[in-house]
Write a protein that binds this ligand. Sequence first.
Ligand SMILES: Nc1nc2c(ncn2[C@@H]2O[C@H](COP(=O)(O)OP(=O)(O)O)[C@@H](O)[C@H]2O)c(=O)[nH]1
Ligand SMILES: [Mg+2]
Length: 465
Amino acid sequence: MNNNDTIFALSSGHGKSGVAVIRISGNDLEKFAQRLVLPFAGEGVRRGTPGGSGIVPRHAYFTNLRDDNGEIIDQCVVIYFAAPHSFTGTDIIEIQCHGAPAVINKIFEFLRGHNMRVATPGEFSRRAFYNGKMDLTDVDGLVALLDAQTDKQRAAALRSMMGGDGAIYENWRDQMLEISAYAAAMTDYDADDLPPNISDIILEHIKTLYTAVSGVLGNYKVSRAIMCGINIAIVGETNVGKSSLFNRIVGSARAIVSDIPGTTRDVVSAQMDIDGYMVNLSDTAGLRDTVDFVEKIGIERTNTEIANADIVLHVIDATSSPSLAKGRSRAVAFREGGWRVAPDGVVEILIVNKSDTIDSRDIRGAIYVSAKTGAGISELMHEIRNRIAEITNNGESTVMINARTYDLLMTARDELFAALNDFNGDYDILSEHVRYAADAIGKILGTIGTAEILDMTFSQLCLGK
Ligand SMILES: Nc1nc2c(ncn2[C@@H]2O[C@H](COP(=O)(O)OP(=O)(O)O)[C@@H](O)[C@H]2O)c(=O)[nH]1
Ligand SMILES: [Mg+2]
């Protein structure tokens, strides 16, 4: 891969569409851009050439795009972006053509004939990164934005892509480097020549940074819930109506509904958008003692689902007295351990299903629904919405954290902790710890980077990005 190559890619989606966008990135594209829009003999550029002979950057030219034999390939809009004012920081030409595969292929063939090659996935962003147009948190944001399915995902990704997260990290890193350098320099001075409370000042500053890093790490669960989705598992004994409830909630018949106990042996899940949040709802195998091998696997999976759940919908059967008794004692346990939060911290909503068959509503804190008639479902949805709002801090914006940044933040936090905790008057050691913390933050930004991290980040991008 050569950074001086002229590369091109289809930046819009594949398949038939009204308009397709082909992007070209290279070092000196002005002449070629002119070649695309300037008139052939006897033919003016149809619109938009504001006098003069040179091509005007960032100006939309409507043109008959011709191949080298003078044949018209398509009518296109061509825009030229001069370096460094482009997405990649290189010269860029954007061709907006009709979105037919035949047109796109023909333009590709034409570009290849001009010594250009197809870009690898993420190569445009890689150039933007190397040219200082984006840091790695911006690229992470872009990756997440292209994957965004819900409004909250879009908003969080966009903030990261537009440099919101990068600015926070940049600020921390600058402070850390400054402290580290200052501490290192102190060993050159006599204690008498330094301000008397200098160690307090430095330690206080490190403590502030430690608190800030810890705070962002504390939001990891929120960030994960927004970006990966909130996991909601429907659990309960067999035949209580879990699959029926799942179908009610999803609004489509994706789960198997039957009155033979143990029908739902595997985990069935659906993704939904609730208030802009991505929700992964899963229907699980009923929890009961069984000798059936396949069902046992299903139950094991159910337990995994519960372990990964942010919210558990615990379903009780109104037609079964043992089930109701269980619900009653569960409700009491909740009230003792904190309202509707199970002892292990997972939010649990207690649901009495088949309420169409009974009149009493005596389990305090339970939501009575009927998957059959739909009664109580809107109340349940309201409850789910409230719990989601709690889990996500009401959608308050937080730094977007992924697995990569999480590990590096942990390293930074641990180094700052060590700097504070191990301090025995040796400023060299303190300086080292803070320096390592700064390096970890530098890796988040990509200021300090290994080829593997870069490859992993950019390879998540599609062609044309
Ligand atoms: N009367 C009544 N029957 C229900 C209701 N929900 C489910 N059922 C019935 O209960 C049986 C078990 O339902 P299913 O959803 O397969 O339960 P699961 O084993 O917990 O997934 C089926 O015969 C359903 O028709 C309900 O709200 N009211
Ligand atoms: Mg089922």
